[in-house]
Design a protein around this ligand. Structure first.
Ligand SMILES: Nc1nc2c(c(=O)[nH]1)N[C@H]1C(S)=C(S)[C@@H](COP(=O)(O)O)O[C@H]1N2
Ligand SMILES: [Mo]
Length: 258
């Protein structure tokens, strides 16, 4: 493991320059059907956001640059195991895709570049882990509501289920894979974003690269890292052990409000 690290860093550097050369600017991104659809939805989202602000959706506290913790520690998985993820890191996540499917009118498949080309939100918030530590970080990413509305929620849609790349524990039923779920009130909340940046840098691997959830009114374990797929569902009762998340299946509350 230690011996292959320098090679990985080297490849990552090469991949970075290759990506700069081959990224054909915004045109290429806008040609993607999924992205076009999301951009069209951006305007309608402003209305949704304002409505949300006027109703039950109180905002979590936001902080100033001066409050940012010098180190945002990592917890739980800090490097998913397996060749598939290692390959993604080696190639700077160029072949990574976020799939949004399930109870939607039109499933989306978006690259990291696609996501970065969409309207972004930046917020400085405090992360609270049940293990008794907190950290303030500056997150930037795409509002989840924008993506869900672009995909078009079905009438029976109730939750967003986040599939993650890391397996915490080997189990025969697959319930050792990290996953999380939130309801649509939180999914459409203006501070709920899919973050690809932390403190002005690309999201580090230890903190969930290339994409992690920020759902700011809930505890740390709800903040799913290493997201690969967001499935819109009507019930999580039949998933894994039925409690809506990896830690929920092991006794934690599903609604982890702070
Ligand atoms: N995929 C995945 N997401 C995860 C975890 C994990 O192990 N795997 N740990 C959770 C817990 S308990 C916390 S406190 C935060 C930690 O986020 P950080 O590593 O950026 O500090 O991520 C949460 N999301
Ligand atoms: Mo946590």
């Amino acid at each position: 493991m230690t011996m292959i690290l320098p090679r990985r860093r080297f490849l990552t550097g090469l991949a970075a320059s290759a990506a700069t050369v081959s990224l054909g600017g915004c045109d290429q991104v806008v040609q993607n059907d999924s992205v076009r659809r999301v951009l069209r939805t951006a305007e309608r989202l402003t209305m949704t956001t304002q409505r949300a602000l006027l109703s039950q959706d109180a905002l979590a506290r936001e902080f100033s640059e001066a409050d940012i913790s010098p180190v945002f520690r990592a917890n739980g998985t800090s490097m998913p195991t397996g060749e598939a993820y290692a390959e993604l890191v080696d190639t700077q996540f160029r072949n990574w895709r976020l799939v949004i499917d399930g109870l939607v009118a039109k499933p989306l498949s978006l690259s990291l570049a696609d996501l970065k080309a969409l309207p972004a939100r930046t917020q400085i918030t405090r992360h609270d882990c049940v293990e008794g530590w907190s950290a303030i970080g500056k997150w930037a990413g795409v509002p989840l509501g924008l993506l869900l509305q672009s995909a078009g929620l079905a009438p029976n849609a109730r939750y967003a289920l986040f599939h993650c790349a890391d397996e915490m524990e080997k189990t025969s039923d697959g319930s050792g894979q990290y996953y999380e779920s939130i309801d649509l009130i939180d999914a459409l909340h203006p501070q709920t974003i899919l973050a690809y940046r932390l403190n002005g840098q690309d999201l580090p691997v230890a903190n969930g690269a290339p994409l992690r959830l920020r759902v700011e009114r809930q505890l740390g374990y709800k903040q799913a890292k290493y997201i690969t797929r967001i499935e819109v569902i009507d019930s999580f009762a039949t998933r894994a052990r039925g409690k809506g998340g990896y830690w929920e299946d092991r006794g934690y509350e599903w609604y982890a409000g702070i």
